[in-house]
Ligand binder design. Sequence first.
Ligand SMILES: [Zn+2]
Length: 140
Amino acid sequence: MMRIRLRLSDYLRILEHARLGLPNESCGLIAGGIKEAVKEVEKVYALDNPDASPEHFSIDPRAQLEAIKDMRSLGLIPLGNFHSHPSTPARPSDEDIALAYDPAASCCILSLAEDEPVLKCFRIERATGKTWEEKIELIR
Ligand SMILES: [Zn+2]
């Protein structure tokens, strides 16, 4: 099972983006490299949530394309996405599973439901609804 290595500064960026977006869900993309069984996050793209909803998010295709171009120019590969759950736990919702088109992508969910934020990442197999948690390793 893959692990995810995330810099503390990138984690804090995701957290800040999610808090600024309240009461709505916030989202973005993560990019980096894969070494052995570790996905190393090198860049976080904080994007708008065009749905502007506390229960849904989507990623604007144009913003996604821009991010992918930037990744290519930096030699990074797309690793997956992140979004916040303002008032529910950090686990994939039925909708998150239904929208998980890429089984290799990491779907990271930041829950702000409790005082302490909780970030968890998953791989999701849409056809079966199975999810696997990818452990996050926070580094400086
Ligand atoms: Zn969700």
